[in-house]
Design a protein around this ligand. Structure first.
Ligand SMILES: NC(=O)c1ccc[n+]([C@@H]2O[C@H](COP(=O)([O-])OP(=O)(O)OC[C@H]3O[C@@H](n4cnc5c(N)ncnc54)[C@H](O)[C@@H]3O)[C@@H](O)[C@H]2O)c1
Ligand SMILES: [Zn+2]
Length: 355
């Protein structure tokens, strides 16, 4: 069973991949603990994988971008305090990226930090967000504006949770898997292409391999730049425009699907700037990006004025221009901070023919 060790200046931690049953047995026997379980996960697994959890030590929480806020955090504080939570509490999260963000923020702030364990249940959380220490909340309609750095003490990934995931969320996670593989170069992109159909058919061995490789690629970026002041920023490929799209669509478009659209648009801009060849752009678009786009994106979602305005409010923006991470033929990834609104508008126009 693979175990990945992650170095963090906050606390080193381990990621285990495999059946979660025995680990859950250990957790339910801890003296001071509380489980926060995604409402849908509770619905599907209360009588199977999660059957040993007691109702009195479990909070079920509906994962919804509108509750990934300070109000959602407050709701969990209140539940915990009603259950007389103390500094020695272990908080165990079972759910996807939304639950991770809300409960990670709770764990990092309650008593200035309590022990936190994360059992991710979506492809996005298993292959991407479960590592990297970030917790994020939406604020006044803007994505991930508030947050903290706080790693869990253990992450346990059991891919068998993925069988009940709705297709739009499966492909949302696949968007991040595709992003990481494209960023890491030719060899891993070729592997992903060869395994793409098996992954979509939920072949467990292919899925597990894709999850493990995605995490390895991400670890490379986060151990070098844990607090996101330099190289880690490249992981924002697809996210600069993607985050704007999530906000302007009022979160109708799931995160990883917005990232796929963000990559398609960033690639158009990279081609126009002469750093990405038309051949490579078309190949990636046809073989990986378009097949991973499973939700309907309406032209109205792509209102250039609203998108450019939302990009202007991005927290990672530093200069007066807009920031963009682009894929390049040589040198891997490139970050610019002089993106013009007109370039975004032209890319949006080009994308219309794909819709
Ligand atoms: N903290 C980070 O580093 C980081 C990184 C990337 C993304 N994120 C955030 O993650 C969020 C997206 O996360 P997500 O894609 O995991 O979505 P999610 O947490 O919203 O879950 C998607 C849906 O699937 C349901 N669900 C979860 N597990 C299930 C299962 N096993 N079976 C059936 N249904 C299940 C949930 O109830 C929800 O309806 C975004 O808010 C994004 O900003 C955070
Ligand atoms: Zn992301």
């Amino acid at each position: 069973m693979p175990v990945i060790k992650i170095k963090s200046s906050l606390r080193d931690y381990e990621v285990h991949i495999g059946p979660v049953h025995a680990f859950l047995e250990y957790l339910v026997n801890l003296e001071h603990k509380c489980f926060v379980v995604d409402q849908n996960v509770w619905h599907y697994y209360a009588d199977s994988i999660l059957r040993t959890l007691t109702r009195s030590e479990t909070i079920d929480f509906a994962a919804d971008e509108e509750r990934k806020t300070l109000e959602g955090v407050q709701e969990i504080y209140e539940h915990l305090l009603k259950r007389s939570a103390k500094r020695n509490l272990t908080l165990i999260t079972v759910g996807g990226g939304i639950l991770q963000d809300v409960t990670g923020f709770v764990a990092s702030t309650l008593y200035r930090g309590i022990n936190w364990i994360f059992i991710p249940t979506t492809l996005l959380a298993q292959a991407d967000s479960c590592i990297g220490s970030k917790t994020s909340l939406n604020y006044q309609g803007y994505k991930n504006l508030i947050g903290s750095f706080y790693p869990p003490s253990t992450v346990w990934i059991d891919p068998s949770f993925l069988g009940t995931l709705d297709a739009q969320y499966f492909y949302s996670g696949l968007g991040e898997v595709v992003k990481l593989h494209i960023m890491s170069g030719e060899e891993r992109t070729q592997w992903l292409l060869s395994a793409y159909d098996s992954i979509c058919a939920m072949d467990m061995a292919a899925l597990e391999h894709a999850i493990e490789t995605s995490l390895e690629i991400k670890i490379d970026y986060i151990t070098e730049d844990e607090f996101d002041t330099g190289r880690r920023n490249m992981l924002n490929y697809g996210h600069c425009i993607g985050h704007a799209l999530e906000s302007t669509s009022n979160f109708r478009i799931p995160h990883g699907q917005a990232v796929v659209v963000g990559m398609i648009l960033a690639n158009y801009i990279a081609q126009r700037r002469g750093i990405l060849s038309e051949e490579k752009r078309r190949f990636i678009e046809r073989t990986l990006l378009v097949p991973s786009l499973k939700i309907k994106v309406y032209p109205a979602d792509l209102d250039p004025r609203a998108i450019v305005e939302a990009m202007g409010k991005d927290k990672k923006r530093t200069g007066s221009g807009l920031a963009l991470i682009m894929l390049a033929d040589a040198n891997g990834m490139v970050r610019v901070s002089d993106l013009e609104a007109q370039e975004v508008r032209s890319a949006l126009q080009e994308m219309e023919c794909l819709l």
